[in-house]
Design a protein around this ligand. Structure first.
Ligand code: PMV
Length: 321
């Protein structure tokens, strides 16, 4: 079982496409209410992998999941095929990215099932090759992914346990339709933005600062930095060729409402946005009631999912077959 995570300082752009080495480090927190459970068994008589995700069979033998199993087979020096059943606990067609929790859960389950004895760092590196942000769903709580410069030096580590800061992360969904440009394709466009190199010049300072603000639990400065970071990420996306416009009218509407809620009503809550239209609102749990009651009055929001900082991927006893 592995949680999804939301990045405060984002991963966008790769310096090595095959290994999924990012152009910069990133910092995130694991989410308690968005997770994937996966069961893997390597079986002697199977001729091909049998993969089922959210009740649907994945037939494509070159699927990302199949390729990830190949990496694990290579490490274990086996050609045994696997039965894989995977389920998300959040609405599948919501447009919420499931690759972080999905590849983290698949990596841990496959590694344990085949009997590989790997460290947390090695499991995180391996998960990274399935989907970059998946490496951050392996360690506990607040997590930093160091960009590294080869396969073994690019992994994520816990920087603070989940209990370090009582934050609430409210995911706001506006529509049921999945996003059109997958992050893997979007990531490859980062260098086409004229602002991308400018972003990279300051990124290590941002990472240093966010870690200090998390350590001190300085909420307002932290919130301002994560909002700035989300808008900077989208400035890169909007100015890529071709442009990536992930926002919907509802995204912009909620951004403005959140700024007003803060300025007019003094409620300390900030937003961040990934490669999609939905938003993650972040507040200290003391302010959650006010945030929820405000969101309850906004009928353009289809669904909200409340999360706390959470532990990383772990083996559980409830298997899916
Ligand atoms: O891991 P991917 O390829 O789905 O990329 C994730 C990219 C963002 O969600 C936009 C940012 C991040 O760091 O999670």
């Amino acid at each position: 079982m592995a949680p999804s995570n939301i990045a405060f300082i984002k991963y966008w752009g790769k310096k090595d496409d095959r290994l999924r080495l990012p152009t910069n480090g990133s910092v995130s927190v694991n989410l308690s209410n968005l997770s994937t459970t996966t069961t893997v068994e390597f079986v002697r008589h199977l001729r091909t992998d049998q993969i089922e995700v959210n009740g649907v069979a994945v037939d494509d033998m070159n699927s990302r999941i199949g390729k990830h199993l190949d990496r694990i087979r290579q490490l274990f020096k086996t050609d045994l095929r696997a039965k894989v059943v995977s389920k998300n606990n959040f609405p599948t067609a919501s447009g919420l990215a499931s690759s972080a929790s999905g590849f983290a859960a698949l990596t841990l389950a496959a590694v344990k099932s085949i009997g590989l004895d790997l460290s947390e760092r090695q499991i995180s590196s391996l998960a990274r090759q399935g989907s970059g942000s998946a490496c951050r769903s392996i360690p506990d709580g607040f997590v930093e992914w160091r960009e590294g410069n080869d396969d073994s030096s690019s992994y994520a580590e816990s920087i603070f346990p989940a209990g370090h800061w009582d934050l609430s992360i409210v995911v706001c969904l506006f529509s049921d339709s999945p996003k059109k440009t997958l992050t893997t394709a979007g990531q490859n466009l980062a260098f086409t933005s004229p602002f991308f190199l400018t972003r990279l010049k300051k990124i290590n300072d941002k990472i240093f600062t966010i870690k200090k603000l998390i350590e001190k639990r300085s909420f307002d400065e932290f919130g301002q930095l994560i909002e700035h970071e989300a808008l900077e990420l989208h400035a890169i996306m909007l100015t890529s060729t071709p442009p990536l416009i992930y926002w919907s009218p509802e995204t912009v509407k909620l951004m403005k409402l959140i700024q007003e809620l803060r300025e007019d009503k003094g409620v300390p809550v900030y937003f961040t946005i990934d490669a999609g239209a939905h938003m993650h609102l972040i507040c200290e749990t003391g302010s959650l009631k006010k945030v929820i009651s405000f969101l309850g009055r906004q009928d353009f929001i289809k669904q909200t999912i409340i999360n706390k900082p959470f532990s990383g991927a772990r083996v559980i006893n409830q298997h899916l077959f």
